[in-house]
Design a protein around this ligand. Structure first.
Ligand code: AHM
Ligand code: MG
Length: 346
């Protein structure tokens, strides 16, 4: 007998911590965990594409081969539909929200926002990708759920998590009582409790941003980057540059080692690139729960007004002291952006 605790056992043990606990949120998290294992199986086969067939073609069994992000989207939607606890899904892959009004979901009270496969351009090159999810209680009292139910501030999240399909596969989540991580043991097909009470180091040595966009960065980010690269023994500079291009993987690494991830506004993405509802808010919730900080350079991510399902925002997220320092640079050198970003919220 080993003392391994599975995700399923952990969720049941912690059920009492959930607001209005009746077991529904536990079941919802369990459903997401099951879909994650199925997606993981396919992600691990991604290198076999030449053998199994290209996306858009027929495989040897005569089935259509789907792109992995489409496949992941279908798996999560199907798990949430059949689980019966979710009445509405907002996904990066779907322009419109998906209402679930079948018999099994009649009394469902939860809404899920999801990016089923983030960083999907990394699949072809065998680099880590992720899934990001966010869970809210529905806002409307009765009738079918609508878009209104997902247009809630990040502070209203009841749970959030990510799955990282990396050198090992992990599921990390919070329900507002700290952050816990589970590593998939492929030999038994279970997520096993491996990272209790994850804590974001107060400061670190790593900065993660796409430096190729440098000429299009706001002045505050340019100046902060030069600060990161300047020599100073007392503050351990120059820092180290690490950018994977999969937000989940970059933030996961920074949470373990200490660091900052920035995706600012750029000339081609004047409102930022990353999506507030299913990328930034869930990661901000997790990072804050681990003692880190997440802002748009001026304002806390989770306090931003949500007007659109696919709304974008710049993000500065990671070790508290590093994010605060970057904000100082934004305030001093890019003050004009504050109003621009307030207008997006209005
Ligand atoms: P995606 O949802 O289309 O995969 O885009 C999100 C990803 C993030 O994971 C990553 O941080 C960022 O886009 C990388 O963008 P870029 O290539 O512009 O640096
Ligand atoms: Mg994405």
């Amino acid at each position: 007998m080993t003392n391994v605790m599975t995700l399923g056992q952990f969720i049941i043990e912690r059920q009492a911590e959930f607001p209005y606990a009746k077991g529904e949120l536990s079941r919802l998290l369990r459903d997401i965990g099951i879909a994650a294992k199925i997606v993981n199986r396919e992600v691990n086969k991604a290198g076999l594409v030449d053998i199994l067939g290209e996306a858009g073609t027929m495989n040897v069994q005569g089935e259509a081969v789907k792109k992995l992000d489409v496949y992941a989207n279908e798996q999560f939607i199907s798990a949430l539909k059949s689980g019966g606890e979710c009445c509405l899904i907002a996904s990066e892959e779907n322009e419109d929200v998906i209402q679930i009004d079948g018999e099994v979901s009649r009394n469902a009270r939860y809404v899920v926002a999801i990016d089923p496969l983030d960083g999907s351009s990394n699949i072809d090159v065998n680099v880590a990708v992720g899934t990001i999810f966010s869970i809210y209680r529905r806002k409307t009292e009765s009738g079918p759920c609508t878009k209104i139910d997902v247009l809630q501030k990040g502070t209203e999240q009841v749970a959030a998590g990510y799955i990282i399909y990396g050198s090992s596969t992990m599921l990390v989540y919070t329900t507002g009582h700290g952050v816990n991580g589970f590593t998939l043991d492929p030999s038994i097909g279970e997520f096993c409790f491996s990272h209790p009470n994850m804590v974001f180091p107060k400061t670190g040595k790593m900065y993660s941003l796409n430096e190729g966009n440098y000429v299009h960065f706001p002045e505050g980010v340019k100046k902060y980057l030069k600060y990161c690269q300047a020599e100073d023994k007392e503050t351990n500079r120059p820092y180290t540059s690490r950018y994977i291009g999969s937000m989940v993987a970059d933030i996961h690494r920074n949470m373990i080692k200490g660091g900052i991830f920035i995706y600012p506004t750029t000339a081609s993405s004047p409102k930022g690139k990353l999506r507030l509802v299913y990328e930034c808010n869930p990661l901000a919730f997790i990072v804050e729960q681990a003692g880190g900080r997440a802002t748009n350079g001026f304002k806390r991510i989770m306090d931003l007004q949500v007007n659109e399902v696919h709304q974008r925002t710049p993000i500065f997220i990671g070790s508290e002291e590093m994010v605060k320092k970057a904000e100082e640079f934004m305030k001093e050198f890019s003050p004009e952006l504050k109003e621009v970003l307030e207008a997006v919220e209005a």
